[in-house]
Every structure is written in C-alpha cells, then in structure tokens.
Design a protein around this ligand. Structure first.
Ligand SMILES: C[S@@+](CC[C@H](N)C(=O)[O-])C[C@H]1O[C@@H](n2cnc3c(N)ncnc32)[C@H](O)[C@@H]1O
Length: 176
C-alpha cells in the first residue's frame, strides 16, 4: 500500500473521520503551534473537526479562534463540543462585507490557516494584511496552491518560510 493510501485510511482526529487534514499535516501544524502561541483564524471550516483542534490549541494558549465557511457543514458532535473561545461565521471570505470582517481580525498578530476552496486568491487577499508576529499556513500545498501562486506575495510582504519539518501538505510563512 502506498504511503498516501495508508494516510487516507488512517485519517481521523479525536477518533472522528470527518477531517480533511492528515497525520503528517497535524505534525506540521504542531511544529508551528510550538513556536507561535497566537489567536487563530481559519478560512474553511469544513466539518469543523480541525477547527476544534485549532480552537483547543488557542484555548490552551488563552487565545480566541475564529473560523469561516460559506456553508455550515459542522457535524452535530462538533457543534456540541464547540468551545467558548471559538466563533464560527457563515460567510464567503472572498466577497463583500466578510472580507472586511476577516481583515479586522488580522489587525493583531494571528495564525491564519487558509483552507477554503480558492487558496491562491485567499492567500493573495489576506497575506498582505498580516502584522509582524503573524504566521500564515496554507493546506493542500502543491495540490491546490503552489510556489507560483504565492512567490510574488511572499516577496512583496517579506514573509519568511517556517520550517515545518516533514512532507505534509502544509506550508507556512511568518511575518517578521
Ligand atoms: C477543504 S474544506 C475545509 C477543511 C477543514 N479546514 C478541515 O481541515 O477539515 C474547504 C471548505 O471551504 C469552504 N469554502 C470554499 N470557498 C469558500 C469561500 N469563498 N468562503 C468561505 N468558505 C469557503 C467550503 O464550503 C469547504 O467547507
């Protein structure tokens, strides 16, 4: 069995299968969380299991966590387990008033996790807003977003790559 197939079969978080990140992605996120204790903004909630993980990480650091999705796909057990420091907003993060709402959240150092359906557009819209001390992570690196999508923004915003230490689908940069 290929490594990818093994990961797909073993992919769960908190024992729940409705999660769209892999164990390797989790290791990469952990290496970022170890270095940066920040409020967290997630773009693309999906079923909300990763949101719970990020929300608990924020809670342990005594920070807030906000997550956005244009559809509320959160499964019932996730809604029941939702934490007091977490806010879900149903909104299209690439159109209209929600764009300003996300930008207000970025007016403090944050960990921004880009995981919606249009990652290059999302990265280009929000990476330039990040304040010093912030970190931006993208999911599906090389599958839905790659160097050609981010290089100009990374250069213009003077972002520095964050070492994430494995072959996950996560890439990350910090704003020094
Ligand atoms: C890959 S899933 C998120 C997975 C989730 N972060 C996880 O790890 O389980 C992508 C989500 O982005 C949402 N989405 C796509 N385009 C969006 C947009 N423009 N604004 C807000 N959400 C969007 C979709 O509804 C979908 O639920």
């Amino acid at each position: 069995m290929s490594n990818t197939a093994e990961i797909a079969m073993t992919r769960s978080l908190f024992g729940v299968y409705e999660v769209q990140i892999s164990p390797l992605d989790l290791l990469a996120i952990e290496s970022v969380l170890r270095q940066h204790r920040l409020p967290i903004v997630e773009l693309g909630t999906g079923y909300g299991v990763t949101s719970l993980y990020l929300g608990m990480a924020a809670r342990l650091a005594q920070k807030q966590m906000w997550t956005f999705d244009c559809v509320d796909r959160r499964i019932e057990p996730v809604k029941k387990a939702w934490l007091p420091n977490m806010t879900f907003t149903q909104a299209d993060v690439l159109a209209g008033a929600p764009v300003a709402e996300v930008k207000v959240l970025l007016s403090q150092p944050v960990l921004l996790f880009c995981d919606d359906g249009q990652k290059p557009a999302e990265f280009r819209a929000y990476a330039p807003c990040l304040l010093p001390g912030s970190v931006v992570m993208v999911h599906d690196w090389t599958r839905e977003i790659g160097p050609g999508d981010v290089d100009a923004t990374v250069r213009e915003c003077e972002l520095e790559p964050v070492e994430r230490g494995n072959h996950s689908l996560i890439a990350a940069w910090r704003k020094p």
